[in-house]
Design a protein around this ligand. Structure first.
Ligand code: ZN
Length: 416
């Protein structure tokens, strides 16, 4: 029979008790209420408890659960009770319990129904989970921001996403555009929004400290590989400058990064375009962004972060090569955080969706998808976003050649 964690706890107690008894050299008479006898009784009780708890452990119950639930602080009126659901508790697991809500806030979990409940929702056979955060979203690229804040965040709620991390770019100083973006968010968004600012120009770089002061923003983004025609790529000197400015702000900033080596992407891109021309398809597109480009950039950025002592957040990691490399780096580099996306966990280049799935970085192969899932399961991957870009099929230009199709897709509503 295997020995669970409580059994070893019991062993420790028993050893201590035995040592104590021996050291006293006193004969213990049965029924006599001396301290040694008390210890033995306590050990017997603990043994029984430990056996029970270990059995619970084997049936999949998490021993942490009793600490979390069944502490109903439900005096007074409860506005809403969600009962009989399979409740997903982060860091605990899935448990069947009731949720009690007062004044819009979860005030208690537990199986003892309170006396006074205004509204009850029966969630039998359903999962109940906290609002999902999608940390990686782009809005307002092909339609006005106001419009997409209205439509896309509503779609997000239908899919269980209640908070989005949204990237705002453009060539100008963020002081020129961001104040009106904040107004639009307040007026039109149905979800909470965490804004991240793209830093692509010297002017934006020089204003980082002021962005933290005036907007309270501490999350910035660079594109190591840029997006041709849209977002400039940046070199290592620029990245170190940005990291220095983030430190100079005195705030706890984090640098998000599209992490690909621009030279290796360009080399592969030119080669495939030359060889395949207009006959290139979505499978060839993957070869224009080889995994070596992501792997190299991951290594380099992790090194720069470690050197500058600035936390980094590598968005949309897509390849097994990068995951394998991060598995070596991350235990020794506390500045590295890793994101992948729900589409990268679901789709490969062998999908039948053709140009619809043109993306940067591209969709890859089964081995990459498997490695990403392993990273999620063992905690190497910290977060999962979508990299949502809302655009119609016409805007994406999917009937054109792979070279003229626009990268990106909308995935916010289907994230979960
Ligand atoms: Zn993105």
């Amino acid at each position: 029979m295997s020995r669970g964690p409580y059994q070893s706890y019991f062993d420790t107690l028993k050893r201590k008790s035995t040592q104590q008894s021996n050291s006293e050299h006193q004969p213990v008479k049965i029924g006599q209420a001396d301290s040694s006898n008390f210890n033995n009784q306590a050990v017997d009780i603990l043994q029984e408890i430990s056996n029970k708890l270990d059995r619970l452990g084997k049936t999949g119950h998490n021993p942490k659960v009793p600490d979390v639930v069944d502490t109903p602080r439900t005096e007074g009126t409860i506005d809403l009770a969600i009962i009989n659901g399979k409740v997903v508790l982060p860091d605990v697991g899935v448990i069947e319990t009731n949720i009690y809500i007062r004044d819009g806030v979860v005030c208690s979990l537990g199986t003892h129904p309170p006396a006074d409940v205004k509204e009850v929702i029966d969630a039998s056979n359903r999962y109940v989970m906290p609002g999902i955060i999608d940390p990686h979203v782009h809005l307002g690229l092909f339609a006005p921001l106001k419009t997409e804040l209205e439509t896309e965040t509503k779609a997000a709620l239908f899919g269980g996403v209640t908070t989005i991390g949204c990237y705002f770019g453009g060539p100008e100083s963020h002081f020129k555009v961001f104040p009106s973006i904040m107004e639009d968010i307040q007026s039109y968004s149905h979800t909470d929004v965490i804004p991240h600012l793209v830093i692509g120009s010297d002017e934006q770089k020089s204003e980082i400290v002021d962005y933290t002061k005036h907007f309270g923003i501490t999350s910035f983004k660079i594109y190591m590989n840029g997006i041709p025609g849209l977002i400039p790529d940046v070199d290592d000197a620029f990245i170190l400058d940005v990291m220095d400015e983030m430190k100079r702000s005195g705030k706890e900033c984090i640098l998000c990064s599209h992490t690909e080596n621009r030279y290796l992407v360009r080399r592969a891109f030119e080669k495939i375009k030359r060889e395949k021309g207009d006959s290139a398809d979505i499978r060839d597109w993957t070869d224009t962004h080889p995994d070596i480009a992501e792997e190299e950039a991951v290594i380099r950025l992790a090194y720069l972060a470690e050197n500058a002592k600035v936390p980094i957040y590598m968005v949309h990691i897509s390849s097994k090569a990068a995951i394998d490399r991060l598995r070596q780096i991350k235990p020794y580099n506390r500045y590295v955080n890793v994101e992948t996306t729900s589409p990268y966990l679901s789709i490969t280049r062998d999908s039948s969706m053709g140009n619809t799935i043109k993306m940067e970085p591209p969709f890859r192969d089964d081995k990459d998808l498997e490695a990403l899932w392993e990273g999620v399961e063992d905690g190497l991957v910290d977060t999962i976003g979508t990299d949502n870009v809302t655009l119609t099929r016409a805007e994406k230009n999917i009937d054109a050649s792979i070279w003229d199709t626009i990268p990106g897709y909308s995935a916010l509503e289907t994230h979960l």
